[in-house]
Design a protein around this ligand. Structure first.
Ligand code: 5GP
Ligand code: MG
Length: 495
């Protein structure tokens, strides 16, 4: 034994909610009033592919009926065919990219969902995670509702169907007032496109415009791809309806302090997107610069772990005045399947995706920059690869605080027992990863990079639960009741 702490357990969790765990790391898109509604939706989803790669779906409406197409895999695998797009006629459409990690990804779990109500048809797609969906679902099943999927989005459909209100927006508001969680959703019914962000605005949603048609999308990169103009963000707690008369806005929820997900800036959103008025790329670069100020080290070269570590590494290198080099190259064509060689090739897993650029690494003192460490498996392999390529020293710098808590609001972080930083101190992690030094940016440093003076513990500007254990929305399904304080305490004790 080398004295390395054990890798966090990868044994399957038998958590009550694991078997049909609702989680989505998704992208949504909607368009109202365009001749090419479905084709634009497919392109928008293509730009949002990073938000979910398991499946994609589009529902269109042609003023008489709804049309749906859903496919497993990447958007292009199903929606690049003109034949498929031709099966989606109409001037309005909504679409969804899905990512799920447990259970089989089956077509009936692919959004948008569609249902016929007393008022007519409604298609709905959602990015985020409802934290009381199991509790609500149990109640609805007892009332006689029959569920067709394991999606939390379907809970919203049944709440709408059983609502005592008549108008579609009233029913939706009635449903959403009963749910807890993070959601950015798009819905479409006869003559109307609807967009909503949860009261804290944890997930992004923007409004755009093209050729007089209005668009809703998770990120601005989905507007750019079709040449649409960015109008504004849907605001936290805002519900917009888009119809032939234009865009209408209501605020049906009690006012809450906005808590946008800081991890969207750290990792999740695309660097060419502007979310909540900030460029994702610029934010990442500034985190890198803060990291260089907080944790400098004498070295010859700064190397990012591609692609997610690139902007932060640039920021670090510029701040530190150390050359930036692409010392690790990523293969972008790694597919789902590959021909396995007869003999085990050492570290094939990581080498499929990354390779050291030997000439840039050999004989050098290297600073490696990545956006985050989750389980630590990527870091261990990358560090070993860089050492084998001849690095004399390897220093790891992480452009986010230690990931110590699971996300229950739509990012698919593993359970706490598998998070390296939840179970090990900095020195143990340094030994485990095999680096000469290891440093993370502080929470205050990350907030400074976002233009805040520091993290205000009484009123943080973001949801940063994955880094702090401060969960702003009740986790009803997980501990029962209003348990935010309880859970923060648990997180504190478990540290
Ligand atoms: P680890 O190997 O430590 O488990 O994962 C760290 C790597 O995963 C980092 O390079 C980071 O960019 C990436 N990562 C961080 N969060 C997520 C996530 O939510 N989903 C996916 N697919 N990758 C992530
Ligand atoms: Mg990465």
């Amino acid at each position: 034994m080398t004295g390395k702490p054990d890798l966090p357990s990868n044994a399957p969790s038998h958590d009550l909610f694991d078997s049909d765990r609702f989680h989505d790391e998704c992208g949504v898109f909607g368009i109202f009033g365009h001749d090419d509604a479905a084709a634009h939706t497919a392109l928008g989803l293509h730009a949002l592919q990073h938000r979910g790669q398991e499946a994609a779906g589009i529902v269109s409406y042609d003023t008489r009926q709804f049309h749906a197409e859903r496919g497993l895999g990447h958007v292009g695998e199903h929606f690049s065919s003109p034949v498929v797009i031709a099966r989606l006629p109409g001037h309005s459409a909504i679409g969804h990219n899905r990512y799920s990690t447990t259970g089989e990804t089956i077509l009936r779990n692919v959004q948008p969902l569609f249902a016929e109500f007393a008022f007519g048809g409604l298609a709905i797609a959602h990015n985020g995670n409802l934290t009381n969906s199991h509790t609500l679902r149990r109640r609805l099943v007892q009332q006689g509702c029959i569920f067709q999927s394991t999606l939390d989005t379907e809970v919203i459909i049944h709440l709408m169907a059983t609502s005592r209100y008549h108008q579609v927006v009233d029913r939706l508001v009635d449903a959403l007032r009963q749910v807890e969680g993070a959601y950015s959703l798009v819905a479409m019914c006869d003559g109307t496109l609807i967009g909503v962000r949860d009261p804290m605005g944890v997930r992004p949603l923007v409004i755009g415009e093209i050729d007089g048609a209005t668009i809703l999308a998770s990120e601005t990169c989905a507007l750019d791809i079709i040449g649409a103009k960015f109008l504004r963000d849907v605001e936290p707690g805002e519900l917009v309806t888009i119809d032939a008369d234009g865009i209408h806005s209501i605020r049906p929820f009690a006012a809450a302090k906005s808590r946008f997900c800081v991890f969207e800036y750290v990792y999740f959103a695309r660097p060419d997107s502007v979310v909540e008025g900030r460029s994702v790329y610029a934010a990442r670069k500034r985190i890198g610069a803060e990291l260089a100020i907080e944790s400098p080290i004498d070295a010859d070269v700064v190397i990012p772990v591609p692609d997610s570590g690139v902007p932060a590494a640039m920021g670090y290198a510029m701040q530190a005045g150390i050359p930036f080099e692409l010392g690790i190259i990523r293969n972008h064509y790694v597919g789902r399947t590959f021909i396995e060689p007869g003999e085990q090739i050492r570290h094939l897993g990581v080498k499929l995706k990354h390779n050291a650029n030997r000439a840039l690494v050999a004989g050098k003192r290297v600073i490696l920059v990545d956006d985050s460490i989750v389980r630590g498996t990527t870091s261990v392999k990358i560090v070993e690869m860089v050492r084998q390529a001849g690095a004399t020293e390897v220093h790891m710098r992480i452009a986010s605080p230690p990931t110590t808590n699971s996300c229950f609001y739509g990012v698919d972080t593993p359970d706490r027992d598998k998070l390296l930083a939840a179970n090990h101190n900095l020195e143990e992690m340094r030994t485990f990863i095999g680096v000469d030094t290891l440093a993370y940016v502080s929470a205050d440093g990350m907030y400074r990079a976002m233009g805040e003076e520091r993290r205000d513990p009484d009123a943080p500007a973001f949801c940063d639960a994955c880094f702090t254990g401060d969960y702003p929305i009740a986790l009803v399904d997980h501990l029962g009741g209003d348990n935010v304080a309880q859970l923060s305490l648990l997180a504190e004790r478990g540290r």
